[in-house]
Design a protein around this ligand. Structure first.
Ligand SMILES: NC(=O)c1ccc[n+]([C@@H]2O[C@H](COP(=O)([O-])OP(=O)(O)OC[C@H]3O[C@@H](n4cnc5c(N)ncnc54)[C@H](O)[C@@H]3O)[C@@H](O)[C@H]2O)c1
Length: 273
């Protein structure tokens, strides 16, 4: 894993759910010292929380935050980007600062328009970052120095897995791993509800569903087997699992995922207009 120099300063513009998960990962992973990180958030309550919890410098002034920055992480909602990254902020950026965005549906060309003249990295992380099990895709323009891209990847490796991709894959990646936790929590909730219907206490039903999802995911990763082979291992001929799978297929579970991914692609395209 690449190291981040002790003299390098990392700045978060916005530090909500995702920003905090990344912040926690890099501090707990020992990638940076807390003095090297600054977060800029607008509300006094959030500023106090971040300062107390992580001991990092925090400010409500985005321009002040970026002074001396090596890497600026844009972790605001895409709809807030223009409000957070004003012309004044761009003018205050150190000449060599690299911009790293985690904003969904915000491509490299849009980032260049937002922060002209700076190298930009676009990423798509996901919420399991907050428990060290994230999946993050990264893409960068050719102005980004290779060692800075290595550092950016190390940031996300501190809280999960990473993959470097061509930008054209980013919307599909958003639809699979970016939004995927949302789909899986719907599935987890539905399976737990079905358990309650079958007479299980709610807490037990949720635990069974969650651990089964986590275990199945780890099995897929560790064995490297195709999901259909893993499904076959659970599915005794004439047994119970195949009866359950038939019911799911009758309800079009596969088609539902195709539609979900297409809906995200459509929504991403609409948000860019
Ligand atoms: N939540 C996800 O599943 C997920 C996954 C991948 C990428 N993303 C992207 O991550 C980004 C952040 O999402 P989140 O879920 O952490 O949102 P969030 O609302 O939890 O955090 C946004 C943060 O930005 C701050 N903020 C708002 N206006 C600001 C301004 N003008 N200047 C500075 N800070 C400002 C807010 O106070 C908050 O701390 C979004 O762009 C989203 O597309 C989210």
């Amino acid at each position: 894993m690449a190291k981040i120099k002790e003299t390098d300063k990392i700045v978060f513009i916005g530090c909500g759910a995702m920003g905090e998960a990344i912040l926690k990962g890099i501090l707990q992973g020992g990638l940076v010292r807390k003095e090297q990180v600054t977060a800029a958030v607008p509300t006094a309550k959030r500023q106090a929380y971040l300062k107390e919890t992580y001991g990092i410098p925090v400010t409500g002034d985005n321009r002040e935050a970026v002074a001396g920055a090596h890497l600026v992480i844009l972790a605001v909602k895409p709809q807030m980007a223009k409000e957070a990254v004003t012309g004044d902020l761009v003018a205050a950026l150190p000449e060599k600062a690299t911009i790293l965005s985690i904003m969904g549906s915000y491509d490299l060309a849009m980032l260049h328009d937002l922060v002209p003249g700076h190298p930009v990295i676009r990423t798509m992380p996901n919420t399991p970052l907050s428990v060290g099990m994230g999946m993050t895709a990264l893409t960068a323009d050719d102005q980004v120095a290779p060692e800075v891209l290595d550092e950016a990847e190390a940031i996300f490796q501190s809280c999960g897995e990473t993959v470097r991709v061509d930008e054209k894959a980013m919307e599909a990646i958003t639809a699979i791993s970016g939004c995927g936790p949302g789909y899986f929590f719907v599935v987890m909730d539905a399976l737990a509800d079905a358990g309650v219907m079958a007479g299980l206490p709610r807490a037990l039903a949720i635990k069974l569903a969650a651990q089964t999802m986590a275990g199945s995911g780890v099995m897929g990763l560790k064995t490297g087997l195709h999901p259909a082979q893993l499904r076959d291992q659970v599915t005794s001929p004439g047994g119970t699992t195949i009866a359950g799978i038939k019911a799911l297929e009758n309800h079009g579970v596969r088609g539902a995922f195709y539609d979900a991914v297409q809906a995200v692609l459509d929504r991403s395209a609409a948000l860019k207009k």
